[in-house]
Structure formats: structure tokens, C-alpha cells
Design a protein around this ligand. Structure first.
Ligand code: F6P
Length: 558
């Protein structure tokens, strides 16, 4: 670090439009006539457009402001049709990408609390008067909580996750909501699953793992669950025009969209249409070590170092054996990179044979295995005027900027560059694509980008995302499912094997953040009630769940 720190050029490229009100030294002068660029051009702009959000503008606020409705989603469907999975994905998507508070009221959980677990299938038969009464009670308590929640200031979306299998029931729910005069929109989302295989998979992976079937032999549990479903079927009434605005999803394939109006309802519909609840796998890896990594510089567009090339070679072999083959069978798989050199070079040893594949849209055609797709929204967080500097240089040249980033890493926007908030915004369409895609996807990306995608799927708070550890030379395998996301990390190139040709990578300004909590959506209502309904914000609870040795926030390099 002995070379003199670079001075940023006054005309460095801008990716985000508008002025940067919070910038200190490296920002352009705002509102004066004295600013000039390298060619001597004087800017005469006495009435500059200044972004209204203030310092370190948070673009998601702009989006949030357009969605002023409150919305209740009434889930409808027989047991095991993916209602809970869909509810959880909607909640996650709205909260993480749009900062829209959203709470699920799962009647099954209320039922277990009120009536206990291990209730036999006969309990769910409408001819069983006592069972019917107790189930109605559970639904009423959940509904009362939902209504209470929707009345709070700042909350936006409530989801009633239950079978809601008769029109009478749905009418009742709507009546209760209407009578409270909360001014909320209501929409039904019905999930129909006639695909035997999908159903069996749903039952095996989700239902038989609920407390209802704790300690029961799987075969008996399966029979009981199928009987429970039959009991619901006897009285089941599908959603019709009489139910008002609704979406009907058939086997994650066919959709009926009826009378949906408004920003938020359409946002939900768009998301739901991209969603499927089948098992899937994502593989995340950063590019191999880059030349800039070895020099401690951030950003740039350098190629791979010798260590990086070695990682790329190993990744090529690993992808062939582990991404493209499932249970000994070759499966169609996808490969996404950013548009930057270091990710493309990391992908260079991955093979692209043509295979014949059958898809669930009924088509059978040739598939180019792992055909590389370079996506601009996977490019690394752009450090603007600081691009190509080391953290030390940033601290020396722009101490104010350095400090500002330390104090709010999520919202901090580099002068003429991006913030993590900006990155969240540009990754939203990508998240839709990831939700939609059924084949395994390998993403060769960058630290900042993968932190956001990882945090989204792993259920972390946005504030925690900029601190997630995504070490070089590792592949992170994620399997999202109805109740969370399973993760496996594999190291393909250990530190011991790396040639010492500089530093491993820039030593980040803030590698660890302690005292953070995973998103506890169950606690969300309590949190909001505690805040007196004043809306969002505030740390949940006091107990730290990330310590300095936490494997997510501070995963050791191998
Ligand atoms: O250091 C590698 C890198 O990908 C940089 O290019 C990027 O600026 C940085 O990581 C993002 O990490 P942080 O947000 O912790 O600075």
C-alpha cells in the first residue's frame, strides 16, 4: 500500500441518475455554477433536482410509497397444496425486496395450540361436530389476530393461511374484516394440486414433518393425512366470481387471474405467477481470486490470478459432477455469471454438452448444458468514485465517506456508485427468475451480490445482508423449502493450496457484525405491538444470535 492513493476523476462513470446529496469530497457540486468537468464545461444548474430521501438515498422508500394499500390474502386449498409455502414466499419477497411488513396467520398453528397435536383424520370431518367447533375456534382466534394486526399503523399485508375451503367460511372472513372498517383490500389465492407426484412430495417433505405427525410411522401418517384430505374434499368449494378478486393456481402451471386491481395486489400476482413449490437447488460461488483481489483493490474488471484459474478448473469439474447430475442422472442445469471478466473467466472450464431433456411444460428438446448467461444485474456493487481503490485508500482519501459507510452499510451509497439498497432493487427481477426456474442454477457472482441473494433465501434481515460471509473458493448449495432453506458449503480450494501472490482479497472494512437476529416473522406482530403500531424499524429483541464465530456471518475460509 505504498503507492500514492489515486484521485478520482471528476467525470467518473455514473450508473445511477440524479445528484448525490450525501456525498462529501468526491461528489459533484450541487446547485452551483462553479462545477466543471475535465473539458472545462461549466454547469449552470441553479435549480438542481435533489433526491427527496436525503443522505444516502434509500431507493426502496420510493417503491414503498407507491404501494399505499393494505391487503389481506385469504389462502384457499385442500391440505398439502402448497398454501403455506406460497404464503411464506410472498411474505419473504414483500419484506425483503419491498420493505412491506407482512404477517402470516397460520390457522394450523393456532389449532395445534388450542386443540393439541396428533388429532386423527376424523377430527377434520365436518360431520364431527366437536372437531368442527374447535377448528372454527382456531380460525376465529387467528382471524381476530389478523384483524388486530391490520389495524396497526405501518403494516401492509396479512395472510390468512388456512384451507378456507367453503364459500361460507370465506364470506365470514370477509365480513369480519369489512365490519372493522380498516379499508383493506381482500383477495383470495387458491392453490389446486391434482398432480399426484407433486402432492405426494408435498405430503412427504412438509406435512409428515409437522408436529401433527411427530413420532408416527410414515406409512400410517401418510394414510391418516390422505384421509384428512378426503374429509376436507367432501365440502370443498373452489373459488368463483362470487369470491371477488382472486388468483387460482393449478399445479403451479395454470393460472386464473380475476379482477385484480392496484399496485400491491398486482405485485403479489406477478410474484405468485413466477413461483413454484417444487424442490430446487441453487449453487452460489464467487469468482476465483482476481488480480485486484491480490492487490487489495475493490471493484474493477480484472482477470483471474493463478489461484483464481485453479479454482475455475476445479469448479469446472465440480459443476459437471455435482450440479448437472442428480441421483446419478444428468439433469438440465443453468449457469449465470455477471458481465465482468472475473466471473466469465471462472466459468471457462465448465462444459456445455447438448443433452436431450424433457420439461414439465410437455416439451422435449435439446438443451445446452450450463450455457453461460452473463447478466448485468449480477455485476458487483459499483463503488463509483472509489472503484479500484483499497479500503485503506478510501479511508485516507475520503475519510467522511469511509465513516458514513461504517455507520450504515446497507443504505450507504458510494459517490457516483451504488448502495446495497440499490443492489437489492436491481436484484428484484432476478429473484423472480430464480423463483420461476425449475432447473438447478449455478451463479458465479460477487461478494456483495451473493450476500443479497443469500440473505433473501436464508431469511435474513436486510440490515444483516451486507455482513454475510461469502468466502472465496467455496460453493454454497441452497435448497429452499416450505419452512426455510437448507445450506451446504463446500470448499474447493483451501488456503494451504493457494500460491501466495499478494493478499487473498481486500480486507473488508467490516467483516463481522455481532448482535444481529435472524428474521423472526412469528415475533413480528409482537414487535409491532410493542412499538405501539408506529410501523417499521427497530431491532427485534435483545439477545444476540450472531457471535464472532457465527458460521454465517463469519464463516472461516478453509
Ligand atoms: O472485495 C471484493 C468485493 O467484491 C469488492 O469488489 C466489493 O466492493 C466488495 O467485495 C463488497 O464488500 P463490502 O460491501 O464488504 O465492501
Amino acid at each position: 500500500m505504498s503507492s500514492p492513493p489515486p484521485t478520482p476523476p471528476p467525470t467518473s462513470p455514473t450508473r445511477i441518475g440524479g445528484h448525490y446529496p450525501g456525498a462529501s469530497s468526491p461528489s459533484p457540486k450541487v446547485g452551483g455554477t462553479e462545477g466543471g468537468n475535465a473539458s472545462g464545461f461549466k454547469v449552470d444548474n441553479p435549480m438542481p433536482h435533489i433526491l427527496c430521501e436525503g443522505n444516502n438515498a434509500q431507493p426502496l422508500d420510493i417503491i414503498g410509497a407507491t404501494a399505499t394499500d393494505k391487503l389481506v390474502l385469504i389462502m384457499v386449498g385442500l391440505p398439502a397444496t402448497g398454501k403455506t409455502h406460497t404464503s411464506k414466499r410472498i411474505q419473504r419477497f414483500l419484506e425483503f425486496f419491498h420493505d412491506i411488513p407482512c404477517q402470516i396467520f397460520n390457522v394450523g398453528e393456532y389449532r395445534r395450540k388450542i386443540c393439541g397435536i396428533n388429532m386423527p383424520a376424523s377430527f377434520y370431518d365436518n360431520d364431527n361436530k366437536e372437531g368442527k367447533r374447535q377448528r372454527a375456534e382456531a380460525c376465529d382466534v387467528a382471524l381476530a389476530d389478523l384483524v388486530n394486526y391490520m389495524g396497526l399503523a405501518g403494516v401492509r399485508v396479512g395472510i390468512l393461511d388456512a384451507t378456507n375451503s367453503t364459500r361460507e367460511r370465506r364470506e365470514y372472513v370477509k365480513k369480519v374484516i369489512r365490519e372493522k372498517k380498516l379499508g383493506v383490500k381482500v383477495m383470495c389465492i387458491e392453490s389446486i394440486c391434482n398432480d399426484e407426484e407433486l402432492l405426494a412430495e408435498n405430503i412427504r417433505t412438509v406435512k409428515l414433518n409437522t408436529p401433527d405427525y411427530k413420532d408416527q410411522p410414515p406409512e400410517l401418517a401418510m394414510l391418516d393425512f390422505l384421509q384428512r384430505r378426503e374429509n376436507y374434499k367432501k365440502h370443498y368449494e373452489s373459488v368463483t366470481d362470487l369470491d371477488g378478486p382472486h388468483v387460482i393456481i393449478h399445479d403451479c402451471k395454470k393460472f386464473i387471474i380475476n379482477r385484480i386491481r392496484g399496485y400491491l395486489p398486482l405485485k403479489v400476482v406477478h410474484f405468485v405467477m413466477n413461483l413454484h413449490t417444487l424442490p430446487r437447488t441453487f449453487f452460489f460461488t464467487r469468482h476465483g481470486q482476481s488480480e485486484y483481489n491480490t492487490r487489495g483493490k475493490i471493484g474493477g474488471d480484472s482477470g483471474l490470478s493463478p489461484n483464481g484459474m485453479e479454482y475455475a478448473r476445479r469448479l469446472g469439474k465440480w459443476a459437471k459432477e455435482r450440479v448437472c447430475v442428480v441421483d446419478g442422472k444428468e439433469v438440465p442445469a443453468r449457469l449465470w455469471t455477471s458481465t465482468l471478466r472475473r466471473t466469465k473467466e471462472t466459468a471457462q472450464f465448465i462444459d456445455h454438452p447438448t443433452i436431450e431433456a424433457k420439461f414439465d411444460d410437455g416439451f422435449q428438446h435439446d438443451w445446452i448444458q450450463m450455457r453461460p448467461m452473463a447478466r448485468r444485474n449480477l455485476d458487483e456493487l459499483y463503488a463509483g468514485s472509489c472503484d479500484g481503490m483499497t479500503y485503506k485508500e478510501i479511508e485516507d482519501v475520503f475519510p467522511e465517506e469511509f465513516k458514513a459507510r461504517q455507520s450504515d452499510k446497507l443504505a450507504y451509497r458510494y459517490p457516483r456508485g451504488e448502495s446495497y439498497m440499490d443492489v437489492i432493487l436491481r436484484l428484484e427481477p432476478l429473484a423472480h427468475e430464480m423463483e420461476r426456474t425449475r432447473e438447478p442454477i449455478m451463479i458465479i457472482g460477487h461478494q456483495g451480490i451473493l450476500r443479497i441473494l443469500y440473505a433473501y433465501f436464508m431469511g435474513l434481515k436486510r440490515e444483516d445482508a451486507p455482513y454475510v460471509s461469502i468466502p472465496l473458493n467455496h460453493v454454497l448449495k441452497l435448497n429452499p423449502h416450505a419452512y426455510g432453506c437448507k445450506e451446504e458449503r463446500t470448499c474447493l480450494l483451501s488456503k494451504m493450496e493457494m500460491v501466495a501472490d499478494g493478499q487473498d482479497e481486500p480486507i473488508t472494512s467490516m467483516p463481522v457484525k455481532a448482535n444481529m437476529k435472524r428474521v423472526g416473522s412469528k415475533n413480528r406482530i409482537e414487535e409491532l405491538l410493542r412499538e405501539g403500531g408506529k410501523g417499521q424499524g427497530g431491532e427485534i429483541g435483545a439477545s444476540p444470535s450472531w457471535g464472532p464465530d457465527d458460521p454465517v456471518m463469519n464463516a472461516p475460509s478453509c
